[in-house]
Design a protein around this ligand. Structure first.
Ligand SMILES: [Zn+2]
Ligand SMILES: [Zn+2]
Length: 252
């Protein structure tokens, strides 16, 4: 059975966490609807479905899914959740071919992907090998830097980990959903590994931008959210990031 956790970030922001893969998606609660930031790994939408049951909210209240990037551990559930609820899926324009499975791997990579079972820890590996999430999204809405969603969310383009990467600033609670633009380890901000960083210079700029947002909580795609981060720690990490000669392989 899949283990899942629900962690409170603010009164109406919660983290849906899969301890087995240390991955985090989020729900933002409104009186009569819910906005998801990323959508869990389960291709059936089961992670967010579980969270909605815990919160005593009907699944149909999911009105929007804000996708940080196309990696399966972030948007695995998007296609089915959209099919079930009619939610609008918002994503970066360059993520479309991946989300709609028009840009799949060929040759040995695809062959290897077929041999990899789509269960547990291997699910995201298979999706990455196949260069697409397991189920194609039928329709999504493209968003760009500066767009506003549900009045409250500001779209930020934060490339580095992936070209088509977005972060979302939830202004009312001053919460920043960073996706994989940065990592959190314990009570401090850390780096996504160099192996998982497509473009280091973009990643540096994106991370500095996230660190400079004066967020009350940083909500990354992995490990756990960081509530009330220490400003001195944020400044120290920003200073290190500005001058970092080699991007760390192991993140911390
Ligand atoms: Zn990723
Ligand atoms: Zn990730």
């Amino acid at each position: 059975m899949v283990r899942r956790q629900l962690l409170q970030v603010t009164d109406r922001v919660l983290c849906v966490r899969l301890p087995g893969y240390l991955s985090c998606s989020y729900v933002v609660l409104y009186d009569d609807h819910v906005v998801c930031v990323d959508s869990g790994m389960d291709p059936d939408g089961g992670d967010m479905g579980w969270a909605m049951r815990q919160l005593d909210r009907p699944l149909e209240q999911i009105r929007s899914i804000l996708v940080t990037h196309w990696h399966n551990d972030h948007c695995g559930g998007a296609a089915r959740l959209r099919a079930r609820t009619g939610a609008t899926v918002y994503h970066h324009p360059a993520a479309r071919p991946k989300l709609q499975r028009q840009d799949r791997a060929r040759g040995p990579r695809r062959w290897l992907a077929r041999l990899t079972p789509e269960v547990g820890m291997l699910g995201p590996i298979r999706a990455l090998l196949d260069a697409a999430p397991p189920i194609a999204l039928d329709e999504g809405r493209e968003v760009r830097e500066g767009d506003r969603l549900h009045h409250d969310f500001l779209v930020m383009e934060t490339p580095g980990h992936d070209d088509a990467h977005l972060s979302f600033w939830f202004e009312p609670d001053r919460v920043l959903f960073t996706g994989d633009a940065l990592a959190v380890a314990g009570d401090h901000v850390s780096y996504m590994s160099r192996w998982l960083t497509a473009d280091v210079e973009s990643a540096r700029r994106s991370m500095l931008r996230c660190l400079g947002m004066d967020a009350r909580a940083l909500c990354p795609g992995h490990r756990h959210p960081l509530v009330d981060p220490d400003p001195a720690m944020l400044e120290a990490v920003a200073e290190r990031t500005r001058h970092l000669a080699r991007w760390p392989i192991y993140g911390c």
